[in-house]
Ligand binder design. Structure first.
Ligand code: 5AD
Length: 334
């Protein structure tokens, strides 16, 4: 299965239904990862962003965002909460802002979190220099998440102001570099972007394998009305649906049997009732509860109606454990 062809992938993306695919992905997941679900505590450090991505509600040109930045003690308190909840890993994510998240400051945060809480540290701080990621690795960072969003270069350039259509995909350059620096590396895409093609999703999935990703994060594109793409009428060949997202989880599981694959917040937002059950039943083995202090969460609306803002209790540990029990899964630390 890991040698799946582009044609076989496209067939699954186009098939009238995909229950057999989900079945295979579930079996593969149990075989390579067991029945455990890893929890990663997501800490959204700041909603200040220097980028203007056309799809993202937190883009710098959106005046309606409540901009905040946590101080180091607040971040440490979030990491201590992850420790108390036995998560094992925290994910430090922020709008891209090198001035706020300087090389030295992030390195010190990594050292403190690891020293004081024993949590592993995953970074998700956007496009950064080789020297930055090198310093953070030396400070003890374990993993880095950077979605390439789409491997369709024309589409990538259209939705990322300043990105060029030619040359190597800037994010793939950074992903390969971080692999060489010894990170576990994660990437992913959005599904249903205006102008996105099924063929390009097949290429994205093959690219996951080509990059030998350790983690794959993908979710539906959710329209944000205060963005240029939110008022773009262009259609997508790629459905925004739980079913289609889960087909991509399943294909990612078969292409990369050992990868850690989260059932994402965007999927839970699209369908608060069925989203994460469907995700964890189609190959996903990770869940990322939001540990950002509740009073700050509204500022981090990359898309509207984010589940952790609309229903903060939805990813409470009790609710999660009920889902896991229902699916014959269990929380594991790692
Ligand atoms: N809908 C869904 N996902 C989004 N992201 C950003 N904006 C949106 C949106 N409107 C995703 C991107 C980014 C990640 C942090 O959130 O894939 O990499």
């Amino acid at each position: 299965m890991a040698d799946m062809t582009r044609e076989a992938i496209l067939e699954w993306l186009r098939a009238p239904q995909a229950e057999a695919l989900f079945e295979r992905a579930r079996a593969k997941r149990v075989c390579t990862k067991g029945r455990g679900v890893f929890l990663r505590g997501l800490i959204e450090l700041s909603s200040i962003c220097s980028r203007d991505c056309l799809y993202c509600g937190m883009r710098k040109s959106n005046p309606r965002v409540v901009r905040y930045a946590m101080d180091d003690e607040t971040i440490l308190a979030c990491a201590r909460l992850a420790e108390r909840l036995h998560f094992g890993t925290v994910v430090l994510q922020a709008g891209e802002c090198a001035a706020l998240w300087s090389r030295e400051r992030v390195a010190e945060l990594i050292r403190r979190i690891k020293g004081e809480t024993g949590q592993r540290v995953t970074l998700s701080l956007g496009e950064r220099s080789e020297a930055d990621t090198e310093a953070w690795r030396a400070a003890g960072a374990d993993r880095y998440l950077l979605r390439f969003e789409t491997s369709d270069r024309a589409l990538f350039a259209r939705i990322h102001p300043g990105a060029s259509e030619s040359g190597e995909h800037p994010r793939m350059v950074q992903l390969r570099r971080m692999k060489a620096q010894g990170y576990e590396v994660g990437s992913g895409i959005m599904l249903g972007l205006p102008g996105q093609r099924l063929e390009s999703v097949a290429d994205d999935l093959l690219m996951f394998r080509d990059l030998a990703l350790d983690m794959v994060g993908l979710g539906p594109y959710l329209v944000h009305p205060d963005t240029p793409l939110g008022v773009d009428a262009m259609q997508s060949e790629v459905p925004v649906s739980v079913d289609f997202t889960c087909r991509c989880y399943a294909l990612a599981r078969l292409l990369l049997p050992e990868a850690n694959i989260p059932s994402t917040t965007a999927l839970s937002t699209l369908d608060p009732v069925r989203g994460r059950i469907a995700g964890l039943s189609s190959g996903a083995n990770v869940f990322m509860p939001n540990l950002t202090p509740a009073e700050l969460r509204a500022g981090y609306q990359i898309y509207p109606g984010k589940i952790c803002v609309a229903a903060p209790e939805a990813d409470s540990l009790a609710a999660l454990q009920r889902t896991f029990a229902q699916l014959g899964l269990e929380q594991v630390v790692g």
